[in-house]
Design a protein around this ligand. Structure first.
Ligand code: ADP
Length: 392
């Protein structure tokens, strides 16, 4: 019986998981998640065909991250019905400057990753918790950490720099960039479907609850919109994106806000939610007739258009643009509005293709080829885990 690779992607309010055959780019067996951890947890797992194979709701918030991970491991064991897990792959948000590749976890790696917690306090502890729990329960189980930052380590020094005094830069205050597993996966898909495009000058737009753009040349990250933390850049579901740092001084000095209150504002109360006053969810905003919902979407699109211009400058031109993640893959109106704003760069969509939302959606002969490519971060983690352990 072939063994499996188990992938865990532990976020701040959800834990995603996926199980793959441990063969070369092995088949997906099951995937699922627990959403709303700590509030109203909801577990759902599906098989490779999308049929629901497990579902459970917890009425109280009793299920914290620790208990949710234990629940996922239990459900995973039940679904695998005796088939062995031979390795775990984990998404880890921050690899700092040290980790430019996925790495086999050992106690020294765990220590190094724990030192990066101050750089990603809302994500890194959640990523590390299941790694530590599995290491304690099954010390010989191979675990591979895959980083959201690693893909961006190819960026030129200029693209990673803030104009801060050198001692702060040396202490790690620099642009890291995130969503790297998603960008890496999209590049691998482009290499399979359009090698010429994969080698050209691209902007990939990962538009989900978190949102960022990445400039890619010849398959490597050149610049991106997220910086020191995942709050920089585009308008997101609940995060501000780029903000004049002077606003933070104003909030502290004139409004008496402390670090915790500002963190809550920047990460949880802003973005689409803050501007609309209605929801962080694009589907809900699309259904709303309220002017504030339309304004929130307009600001979301405007910032994408502005930042695309910036990334095209970093690339010295643009040949391709890829939409991915929940909004990028599903919201044809956002795609049309972004393309209209970037028409000067050569984006020109075919309305029928955009409505279908699969593969190439630009007109034939358009200067910039525009595609919709679904992302799959868990698949990328499984591939890396297999590669690090030499399963393929
Ligand atoms: P996460 O960053 O949590 O992985 P996703 O990539 O799942 O997020 O994206 C979530 C976002 O995608 C939400 O704003 C959601 O409303 C949006 N979305 C999902 N499906 C659609 C759709 N059919 N139309 C518009 N937006 C959608």
């Amino acid at each position: 019986m072939t063994g499996c690779i188990a992938v865990l992607n532990a976020g701040s309010s959800s834990i995603k998981f996926a199980l793959y055959e441990a063969t070369d780019d092995g088949a997906l067996l099951f995937r699922g998640q627990i959403e709303n951890v700590g509030l109203a947890p909801h577990l759902k797992a599906v098989d490779a065909a999308g049929a629901v194979v497990a579902e459970h709701r917890w009425t109280s918030g009793a299920l914290d991250h620790h208990a949710a991970t234990a629940e996922i491991l239990k459900v995973g064991r039940e679904l695998l019905a005796g088939r062995p897990v031979i390795a775990f792959g984990h998404r880890v948000v921050h690899g700092g400057t040290e980790f430019a590749q996925p790495v086999l976890v050992d106690p020294a790696v765990i220590e190094a990753l724990a030192r990066l917690v101050p750089l990603a306090p809302l994500h890194q502890p959640h990523n590390l918790a299941p790694i530590e729990a599995i290491a304690a329960a099954a010390p010989t189980m191979p675990q591979v950490a895959c980083f959201d930052t690693a893909f961006h380590r190819t960026q030129p020094a200029l693209a990673q720099a803030f104009a801060l005094p050198r001692d702060l830069t040396a202490a790690g205050v620099r642009r890291y960039g995130f969503h790297g597993l998603s960008y890496d996966y999209i590049v691998s898909r482009l290499q399979a479907i359009d090698l010429v495009l994969a080698r050209s000058r691209l902007v990939i737009a990962h538009l989900g609850n978190g949102a960022s753009l990445c400039a890619i040349r010849d398959g490597r990250s050149v610049a991106n919109t997220m910086g020191f933390t995942a709050v920089d850049g585009l308008v997101m579901g609940t995060r501000t994106g780029s903000l004049d740092p002077g606003v933070l001084l104003y909030l502290m000095q004139e409004r008496g806000m402390d670090a915790k209150a500002i963190e809550d504002l920047l990460y949880r109360r802003s973005g689409l939610l803050g501007v609309s006053g209605i929801s962080s969810d694009m589907r809900t905003l699309r259904q709303s007739k309220a002017p504030a919902a339309a304004e929130a979407i307009a600001l979301f699109v405007y910032r994408i258009v502005r930042e695309t211009g910036s990334l095209a400058a970093a690339l010295g031109g643009l040949d391709g643009f890829v939409f991915t993640a929940g909004i990028g893959e599903n919201d044809a109106a956002v795609r049309a509005e972004v393309a209209a704003g970037c028409r000067w760069l050569g984006l020109d969509l075919d309305a029928d293709r955009n409505a279908k939302g699969q593969g190439v959606i630009s007109r034939d002969g358009a200067k910039v080829k525009v595609l919709v490519v679904p992302t799959d971060e868990e698949r990328m983690i499984a591939r890396y885990t297999g590669a690090v352990l030499g399963f393929r």
